[in-house]
Design a protein around this ligand. Structure first.
Ligand code: BGC
Length: 416
């Protein structure tokens, strides 16, 4: 439960031009965004920089050099003019758990989602980025470091004031919501108790001590074989990075026990992370000939129709468990805050691409929150989040600058 120093929802009056940058697992997206208030058209121009795969396991210097070079390329190509006195304001979406003493600061607690870059954990990622930009004399000022969930919540609330939560159901899983400062007991914050503050729940790390949720032997194996055993336990049961891998582990076990695919060469099936969530979606939803073709192409295997039905059911069970766990995270927030209605702005590959995720999620919400069976509509619904890592980062940067202009510097370190 990390404080974010994003104080409240946007008014909708935010405007101005911002540079944003989103550090994903395999790529960096840089945007130049013009906010024109809630009812105006937001303008966005972007470039995507693919990580050389070596960056994922490299060191801090390699990472920040790659990022600063990409920023330099982006602003250079567009002749964006920042000066030492008037640098370009930057919102940085850093979708990893970070402790923030200020909004423009963020100590990485641990890498998640398979990243293993040395020299960043325990360090201030914002400071490391600032140093790399300073080395290149880039006229850019980091205004806010944000989580993707906070970005999704704020970008969506910019247009839709009914937004209550921002959630990511993608490679990782997590959500953010708005808390009153007075209820944040773990730290003393010099603001009136009813001031709203976005909280990044980081609930992908829920139950790391394995005291609550039952795990199968396949879940245990995935955890033990991961770069970070014992971390992100909840995420490993429910997020997109792992759903295909759970399926692969089960199918391989059935193969090794000679229950399925007897006598076939399963070399490709033995490859960790050979299958993604897209494969599970296809298994559940595509007609048999299409699924057979995918098995042949990806795994060089020829399952019988009966074996395919087994795979279909397995894919279904894995996705149902994942969706229902995703419901638990959000319904817990709603219960704790007494939220009875509103929109959960969701983003991520599972939310957007798995065809039955949203429906399963909604059904489980009704069960957990005891909604009447004969309801005409669901009081809390999942909506497609606006672009949190782009527009969300820009709106938060605009909110932060406005706050600084008004002299409210609580949780802001570096403003000129
Ligand atoms: C990270 C979160 C992030 C989530 C969704 C998790 O692995 O710890 O910070 O919000 O993935 O991207």
């Amino acid at each position: 439960m990390n404080v974010t120093w994003t104080l409240g929802f946007p008014t909708g009056n935010e405007k101005g031009q911002y540079l944003t940058m989103d550090l994903g697992g395999t790529k960096l997206r840089v945007c130049w965004i013009k906010l024109n208030q809630r009812h105006g058209q937001t303008e966005l121009d972007q470039d995507v920089y693919q990580f050389p795969s070596a960056v994922k396991t490299s060191d801090a210097d390699t990472l920040w050099s790659f990022i600063a070079d990409s920023l330099q390329d982006f602003v250079g190509k567009r002749s964006l003019q920042g000066t030492a006195e008037n640098p370009l304001p930057l919102g940085f979406t850093f979708s990893y758990p970070a402790s923030q003493d200020y909004i423009d600061h963020g100590v990485l607690q641990t890498w998640t989602k398979g990243l293993a870059i040395k020299g960043v954990e325990g360090e201030d990622a914002a400071g490391q980025l600032r140093d790399a930009m300073a080395k290149r004399n880039l006229p850019i000022r980091l205004v806010a470091l944000i989580n993707d969930t906070t970005g999704a919540m704020i970008a969506s609330a910019y247009n839709d004031p009914d937004t209550i939560v921002g959630a990511i159901f993608g490679t990782g899983c997590n959500a953010a919501y708005m808390e009153n400062v007075g209820s944040i007991r773990k730290m003393k914050i010099d603001l009136p108790p009813d001031t709203p503050m976005a909280i990044n729940c980081e609930y992908g790390a829920f139950d790391n001590a394995h005291r609550v949720l039952p795990r199968t032997k396949y879940d245990v194996a995935i955890d033990e074989e991961s770069p970070k055993p014992g971390e992100q336990s909840f995420e490993k049961l429910s997020a997109g990075l792992y759903l295909g891998e759970i399926f692969r582990q089960i199918l391989l076990d059935l193969y090794e026990r000679q229950v399925v695919l007897k006598g076939q060469d399963a070399t490709s099936l033995k490859q960790p992370y050979a299958l993604d969530t897209g494969f599970l979606s296809a298994l559940e939803n595509d007609p048999l000939p299409g699924v057979k073709a995918q098995f042949a192409e990806l795994l060089k295997l020829k399952p019988t129709d009966e074996e395919l039905w087994l795979c279909h059911r397995l894919a279904e069970i894995i996705a149902i468990r994942g969706a229902r766990l995703c419901t638990c995270g959000i319904s817990a927030i709603c219960r704790m805050k007494g939220i009875k209605s509103g929109h959960v702005a969701a983003d991520g590959s599972v939310a957007n691409k798995h065809p039955t995720f949203k429906q399963r999620w909604a059904q489980a919400m009704g069960e957990v929150l005891d909604w009447p069976q004969d309801r005409k509509e669901d009081p809390i619904t999942i909506t497609s989040a606006e672009d949190g890592s782009g527009i969300g980062a820009a709106v938060i940067a605009a909110m932060t600058e406005e706050r600084a202009r008004q002299g409210n510097m609580v949780g802001i370190r570096q403003q000129k």
